[in-house]
Design a protein around this ligand. Structure first.
Ligand SMILES: CC(C)=CCC/C(C)=C/COP(=O)(O)O
Length: 286
């Protein structure tokens, strides 16, 4: 016997059963209006009227009176295969809510440097140093400085592309934050320096996207010695961890941020500006 929730989902997500004039069940799509004979029956049939009255307000608001006939018609019977497959979204929903609940719980437990009197509050200054190492301003300033100081065409090319990658990262993160609008954890103290207004939102972590993208950039173009490559990777991981320990982000913000930063580097490679391309661009502008 399907659970009330399952029946509800089946009804909401597609076809709804009704009883035809010859007494057989028929299915119709929610996107189409029910035939008039069914509308009339829903209004007059005392059983379906009783079921409608016992519906929860949410269900009544969400799916209209047609769901009442869904409950009465399926009652105890096996649902057609097509409708059973539509139960899946509710499981996906439950899985997602569980993941979010675990995320909130874990992030709160890991926010051990969220303030000075937290359990690991003594290492908060160290974590804030790590935070600064992944902040946009030192990275933009560093790339600009190296671009200015570089005397080889190859060096200038790499620095110019790093600069563009950093700007693109800021824009993409701002767009996703503005769309998703997930609030920062309640235990976060908003004492970060130089933030944009979208930085009151936490999904995804801008530090994590930058750390992942810059780490890939450094490994591909600048850092060749094996011990330094390990250090770059450790730094990126530490930046991610520090976001959760400081209470700035939930775990999922950082995990998504790492994934997004990793993919952003692919975009940087695709849009790579070569000296020739730059000359052509300059020529077209001049
Ligand atoms: C002002 C500039 C150039 C960058 C802002 C960098 C910043 C504060 C990002 C927020 O990072 P999280 O999303 O990880 O908290």
């Amino acid at each position: 016997m399907p659970s009330p929730k399952a029946k509800n989902n089946c009804g909401r997500s597609g076809s709804i059963p009704g009883v035809t004039s010859n007494g057989r069940y028929e299915f119709m799509s929610l996107s189409r209006s029910p035939p008039p004979h069914l509308l009339q029956r829903q209004g007059s049939d005392p059983t379906s009227a009783r079921l409608r009255a016992s519906e929860s307000p949410t269900r009544r608001r969400g799916s209209g009176s047609s769901n009442a006939s869904s409950s009465s018609a399926t009652g105890g019977q096996q649902l057609p295969e097509e409708d059973c497959m539509r139960l899946n979204p509710s499981f996906v929903g439950i899985a997602l809510s569980s993941l979010l609940a675990i995320d909130l719980w874990l992030s709160k437990r890991l926010g051990v440097c969220a303030c000075e009197d937290s359990s690991w509050g003594s290492i908060r200054p160290l974590m804030k140093l790590v935070e600064i190492s992944g902040h946009g301003i030192p990275w933009l300033a560093g790339a600009l400085y190296c671009l200015y100081k570089s005397d080889s065409a190859a060096g200038q090319e790499v620095m110019l592309n790093l600069l563009m990658a950093l700007v693109m990262d800021l824009v993409l993160v701002a767009v996703v934050k503005a769309v998703v609008r997930r609030r920062r954890p309640t235990h976060n103290r908003m004492d970060m320096f130089a933030t944009f207004s979208v930085d009151r939102y936490s999904f995804p972590s801008g530090h994590a996207t930058r750390a992942a993208m810059c780490a890939r950039f450094l490994l591909a173009h600048l850092v060749l010695a094996a011990p330094l490559r390990v250090l770059v990777l450790l730094w990126a991981v530490l930046v991610g961890f520090s976001r959760v320990l400081l209470g700035r982000h939930n775990v999922t913000d950082v995990v998504f941020g790492f994934g997004m930063g990793y993919c952003q580097y692919n975009l940087v490679e695709m849009l790579w500006v070569s000296p020739l391309g730059l000359q052509l661009m300059m020529g077209q502008m001049g």
